[in-house]
Each structure stands twice: as structure tokens, then as C-alpha cells.
Ligand binder design. Structure first.
Ligand code: AMP
Length: 276
């Protein structure tokens, strides 16, 4: 596996055949590996990037506490048969003397995580635009756990005419249903126990909808109540949105709709969603 550390090396690495790309912030888990496996299936070459992007953290302490273990990640990538990893350091991506161009986020960023994380999606757009430009892949793979991020990046690639096809893949979960996330490593035993209420709440809302309830305010209330039945849990938002526009939906069942949640388990902010 080739390890590329500089932007120059990434620009120079142009293998023959099709290239699939999986951008990550490391501390890899089965969710990341599912994207890598799909890329390996669909492309001649797979490149993974590991970079904890300071530009997308609106909370500096969240950035500082973000888990990292590069040695472990590189082992995983070797085992998965990844062809190359782009592993820049912070100075390589954000040299002090550079004054970066900003990309403003589209309307899609005004709901869900947008209002609670000012600047977050602008930071995501900047790093993803730069990575796509450096790697120039045919396909790039993203998880629908971060559904809003996936839709915003898809919009970036379409509207700025990137050649890259943006592909969204389903959320990979722990056996008890908790969506896998690098941040789960920060949950203590009690918070980990209560974190499973998030998926349980989403499933209950989905079942309630199947049983005939279309009023999304009722479904959102169910989700909030179940999550906050855990004493360590605090809901940031629960929203039902149109899967394409991410605008609020009052009545479920007419068009594909995402029921999305962000909640703090103890001090760890987790997100999840389910299609209804
Ligand atoms: P991250 O390292 O958290 O920035 O995530 C890198 C990519 O992996 C993003 O496209 C995420 O949406 C995706 N991802 C993270 N967790 C999961 C999961 N549980 N299932 C599927 N994809 C995931």
C-alpha cells in the first residue's frame, strides 16, 4: 500500500484504470470498511484518506478529543487491500501562510445539523472539494449515517461539475443497533448503554408510521421521549425532512422522508437517521 503524505504526491499518483476514493477522519470501524469494500468492488484502485479536518469542527474541544490511531488504521487498510492512503498532516493541508478560499454551503445546510454547528458544512465542503481535486477519483463513497453531509457533497460535485460520482451507502450498526462512529469510543459504560435508545427510538417511530401515524410531529415526539428516557441523554434535534431537499415534512408517507436525530449521550454528540 502506497502512503502519500503530501499534496504533491497525491496529485502525482494517477494509477491506470478507475479509481474509487473513501475520505475519512480515521479511527476506522466497520462503517468505513463497508465503503472501502464497495469501492474495491466497483473500481480498479481504491484510495483512502485519513485527515481529521480542523475546518469542520465548530467546537475546538471536540477536535482535540477526536480519537486517532494511525498505526491501527494503516493495518486495517493493508488488510482490506487498499492501494493507497493519503495521510497529510495538518500543516500540509492548512499551511499557516495560506488564507483559504471559503465555500458557502447551499440551502441544504440550513436544517438538521446546520444551525447547531455553524461553519461545519463549509469546513466539510472545503476539505472534500480539495480532496476530490487532489485525488480526482471516478467514484467517492460516503455513509448515509451522515445523510445531510452526503446530500451536500453530492450537490457540490454536481453543481461544480466534478467528474466524480458521489455514492451514498447504508449505515453500519453495532449488534444492538447503535450506528458505528469513531466518537462511540468516547462513551463510558453507562452512556454506551443509553446510546442504544437512539436507534430504538427511530425504529419505534418507523413502526408507528407503518401502523398508520403520518403526523411527523407525533413521530418526532416519540423519538425525543424514548431517547430522553435515558438520564444521560439530551436531544439536540429530531426532524422529519424530505430525503432530497432536506426541508421539513409535516406528513410522512407522500415522498421519501428521513427521520434524523442529533443527541448528546453524556457529553458525546451522536447522530443517526432512518428512512420512513
Ligand atoms: P468520518 O471518519 O466519521 O468522517 O467518516 C468517514 C466516512 O465514513 C463518511 O462518509 C461517513 O458517513 C462514513 N461513515 C461513518 N460511520 C458510518 C457508519 N456507521 N456506516 C456507514 N458509513 C459510515
Amino acid at each position: 500500500m502506497k502512503v502519500l503524505k503530501t499534496r504533491k504526491q497525491a496529485l502525482a499518483y494517477r494509477p491506470a484504470g478507475s479509481t474509487g476514493f473513501v475520505p475519512t477522519m480515521g479511527y476506522l470501524h466497520e462503517g468505513h470498511l463497508s465503503l472501502i469494500r464497495k469501492s474495491r468492488e466497483e473500481n480498479d484502485h481504491t484510495i483512502v484518506s485519513i485527515f481529521v479536518n480542523p475546518a469542520q469542527f465548530n467546537d475546538p474541544s471536540d477536535y482535540e478529543k477526536y480519537p486517532t490511531d494511525t498505526g491501527r488504521d494503516l493495518n486495517f487498510l493493508e488488510q482490506e487491500g487498499v492501494d493507497a492512503v493519503f495521510l497529510p498532516d495538518r500543516e500540509e493541508m492548512f499551511p499557516e501562510q495560506q488564507n483559504f478560499v471559503q465555500i458557502s454551503a447551499p440551502e441544504l445546510a440550513n436544517t438538521l445539523c446546520g444551525p447547531g454547528r455553524p461553519g461545519h458544512f463549509e469546513g466539510v465542503l472545503l476539505i472534500v472539494a480539495r480532496l476530490l481535486n487532489l485525488i480526482n477519483p471516478d467514484r467517492a463513497y460516503f455513509g448515509k449515517k451522515d445523510y445531510q453531509q452526503f446530500r451536500i457533497i453530492q450537490t457540490l460535485a454536481i453543481e461544480l461539475d466534478f467528474k466524480t460520482e458521489i455514492i451514498g451507502l447504508p449505515t453500519v450498526r453495532e449488534p444492538d443497533g447503535l450506528a458505528m462512529s469513531s466518537r462511540n469510543a468516547r462513551l463510558n459504560e453507562k452512556a454506551r448503554e443509553q446510546s442504544l435508545l437512539i436507534y430504538r427510538a427511530l425504529q419505534l417511530a418507523k413502526k408507528t408510521h407503518k401502523d398508520g401515524e403520518n403526523d411527523t410531529s407525533v413521530l418526532c415526539e416519540i423519538v425525543s421521549d424514548v431517547i430522553e428516557s435515558g438520564s444521560l441523554n439530551r436531544v439536540e434535534y429530531v426532524q422529519a425532512v424530505d430525503a432530497e431537499t432536506l426541508q421539513k415534512v409535516n406528513k410522512a408517507g407522500e415522498k421519501p422522508c428521513i427521520l434524523a436525530v442529533a443527541a448528546f449521550c453524556d457529553s458525546v454528540r451522536l447522530i443517526d437517521n432512518i428512512e420512513i
